[in-house]
Design a protein around this ligand. Structure first.
Ligand SMILES: [Zn+2]
Length: 189
């Protein structure tokens, strides 16, 4: 199972991913529609259960919904059964709710062990992801250098600064001469 923070590609693309879903920013659906760019949402089912239709609206505006566990607990070091329940359970629920079962996964906090990848594989997941850049309070933080690289996966969250974070991520992508692309289209076989 690939576990990636950057997609190996020479194409001038980067990938915006948005995690969790505790806060349902009211501006997000219109912003996504206006921006017209592809995003991948790694959703925690406990985080979204109080307003699942909100994420259907985002899906209808082009967002693709992938799995990020049920309870957002750290998986590393936990039993196979525990990890499998967190991963399969979230994928099953999202598949039922949004009519497409996730094929990608991000472990909470980006921490995992070999059991995580085995459980994810057994849950029908094709690849799991970390990230190269994070965006918080309108600021992009880089793990390497000061520029988004081709294939980089950028992480932001459903937080109060959603609009600022989203626009900061897009600016950083464009400043690097890159175009946002859909992660699902670039997952290595
Ligand atoms: Zn998370």
């Amino acid at each position: 199972m690939p576990y990636l923070s950057r997609i190996p590609t020479t194409q001038p693309v980067a990938f915006l991913t948005i995690d969790d879903g505790y806060l349902k920013s009211p501006e997000a659906p219109a912003l996504l529609a206006a921006a017209g760019i592809p995003v991948t949402l790694f959703l925690t089912t406990d985080a979204i259960h109080d307003d699942e239709p909100y994420f259907a609206r985002l899906r209808d505006r082009g967002a693709v919904i992938e799995a990020h566990t049920i309870t957002h607990t750290e998986l590393r070091g936990r039993s196979y059964a525990f990890q499998r329940r967190e991963i399969c359970g979230s994928a099953d629920r999202l598949g039922q709710r949004y009519q497409r079962r996730p094929v990608l996964f991000r472990p909470p906090f980006g921490t995992k062990d070999a059991t995580t990848l085995r459980a994810a594989h057994d849950c029908g997941i094709k690849a799991a992801f970390m990230w190269k850049e994070t965006v918080h309070k309108g600021k992009v933080r880089y793990q390497e250098g000061h520029r988004v690289q081709p294939g980089d996966i950028i992480l932001m969250h459903f937080r109060p600064a959603f609009v600022r974070d989203f626009l900061a991520a897009l600016r950083a992508i464009h400043r690097a001469g890159l175009t946002p692309a859909l992660l699902e289209d670039y997952v290595p076989a």
